[in-house]
Design a protein around this ligand. Structure first.
Ligand SMILES: NC(=O)c1ccc[n+]([C@@H]2O[C@H](COP(=O)([O-])OP(=O)(O)OC[C@H]3O[C@@H](n4cnc5c(N)ncnc54)[C@H](OP(=O)(O)O)[C@@H]3O)[C@@H](O)[C@H]2O)c1
Length: 455
């Protein structure tokens, strides 16, 4: 019997950000391993015309929760959605709800955050914010990391007699094993990059090829969160422990290796209707990166927009490409460096778990096989994010072949035009051309003469 699973039994748990990527996987694992828990309170805001209840039903109806419904058939009765907006005073929670939360909650997992890298501060009016932001954030690369650090500071200062712990994941990716491999549900971070690459929009990225691509599967993060929740409540460490859950120093994979495997997977499982043939070049050189942006990204977008205009349609590719390149450029600070994180507390916790808990709440990333994980990841993006049918794979492969032929044809034509122009303007190019042609002619004559002699 798992000690951690038993610990959550009968408990009332509050989760913020339960409608997000990590929050959903956390909720799923809690219900699956501790179906006898009392209640999970989730703080939710209405969104995209959906009420709180509709949002909860949509989560429970997803494939992610299929196994949960088998082990915990009354799961919908155990979720209590509470209206909240964390940007408002007292989170806009009603007095009654607040009272219930304060008197009943045993454990809190705070996952809510704005994960956009281009967000701005929201305390004052825009002009003042623009002026003070650089002074406030100083060496922090963006508002996201700066406000994360502020949040951690406030939590530690205000925690008083609460037992708290801080968990810092690196880049959170698709599920590795649970409840099934490859589950993803939003286009943030690596998911968006996989889509843009598979659809042939993004073919080169400014990233150091040998830098560690510190992706960590979401189920690994969730397993650590649940183990930390148990350890913090039972052992009550004297200080706030910070747990890093990263792959970099335990089982590193660099951007080059990741790119190669992603491309190999696209050969087997291509995405439907790609714009161009997928490619994944990484360079840390600014000049090369700008060249690729011009030739591989902007030029094809402009050409495609011309085609749309000529066929009476609205051009949209240049705008889309600019947005994509802007988003990718926000990641440059992180993907051009290798980061080192101490996993001391995470390894300490691993050694504290019973063999059964190590199995059920596995966060030992050393066991991860990157090639297998990346293949499942790409497949997951295709199935769960793009909702593409596997039956369409043969057609997608045909299209890729056509795109490859167009690519070769286009490059050959471009080369010949450039060569023709060069020959017209440069004596040296003409000499080289004459030398090549006469060399080929002599070689063919010799070849023909020697084969005639043999006969
Ligand atoms: N994903 C990563 O690669 C990564 C890496 C390191 C750390 N983290 C951290 O892990 C946590 C979860 O990230 P995630 O990837 O799950 O993000 P996510 O999918 O974007 O989910 C964010 C969650 O926060 C909620 N939220 C945001 N603003 C809110 C507000 N004002 N009021 C109420 N709820 C609000 C969202 O609710 P709505 O559904 O209503 O928008 C959503 O449930 C975050 O703290 C993030 O900083 C993530």
């Amino acid at each position: 019997m798992s000690t951690i699973a038993a610990f959550y039994g009968g408990k009332s748990i509050l989760i913020t950000g339960a409608t997000g990527f990590l929050g959903k996987v956390l909720m799923e694992k809690l219900f699956r391993t501790s179906p006898d828990l009392k209640v999970i309170y989730i703080l939710v805001r209405p969104k995209a015309g959906q009420t709180l209840q509709q949002r909860v039903f949509q989560i429970l109806d997803s494939k992610l929760f299929e196994k949960v419904k088998e082990v915990c058939p009354n799961v919908h009765e155990k979720i209590r959605a509470i209206y909240a907006d964390l940007n408002q005073n007292d989170f806009a929670i009603s007095k009654e709800d607040m009272q219930e939360l304060l008197s009943c909650t045993n454990i809190i997992f705070h996952c809510a955050a704005t994960v956009r890298f281009d967000d701005t501060l929201r305390w004052l009016d825009d002009a003042i914010i623009d002026e003070i932001t650089p002074k406030l954030i100083r060496d922090w690369p963006n508002i996201y990391t700066y406000t994360k650090a502020l949040g951690e500071m406030v939590v530690q200062q205000e925690s008083r007699n609460l037992s708290i712990a801080i968990i810092r994941p690196s880049i959170v990716g698709a599920t590795w094993q649970e409840p099934f491999p490859g589950w993803v549900d939003n286009i943030n971070g690596p998911n968006g990059i996989i889509i843009a690459t598979g659809k042939g929009f993004l073919r080169a990225i400014k990233a150091t090829p040998m830098a560690v691509a510190d992706v960590i599967p979401v189920d690994t993060v969730v397993n650590l969160m649940l183990a930390v929740g148990w350890y913090t409540a039972v052992h009550r460490p004297k200080s706030t422990l910070v747990y890093h859950i990263t792959s970099g120093n335990m089982n590193p994979c660099n951007w080059h290796k990741m790119g190669v495997q992603v491309l190999a997977t696209f050969e087997k499982i291509p995405f439907e209707r790609p714009f161009r043939r997928p490619n994944a070049n990484f360079t840390s050189n600014s000049f090369t990166s700008q060249y690729w942006n011009a030739v591989s990204h902007r030029a094809p977008a402009i050409i495609y927009d011309c085609y749309l205009r000529l066929t009476g349609r609205k051009p949209r590719m240049t705008k889309l490409m600019n947005r994509l390149l802007r988003t990718v450029s926000m990641l440059e600070y992180f993907i051009n460096r290798s980061w080192e994180w101490s996993t001391y507390n995470t390894e300490m916790l691993m050694s504290e778990l019973s063999p059964e808990d190590q199995r059920v709440f596995n966060f030992d990333v050393r066991q991860l096989n990157w090639l297998e994980y990346i293949e499942n990841y790409v497949l997951g993006v295709k199935k769960y994010l793009l909702k593409e049918d596997m039956a369409g794979i043969p057609e997608a492969k045909q299209r890729l072949k056509r795109l490859r032929n167009i690519h070769y044809l286009f490059n050959t034509a471009l080369f010949l035009i450039a060569w023709r122009l060069l020959i017209a303007r440069s004596q040296m190019a003409r000499n080289v051309w004459f030398f090549i042609v006469s060399f080929c002619y002599k070689f063919l004559s010799y070849f023909r003469a020697s084969s005639t002699l043999k006969v």
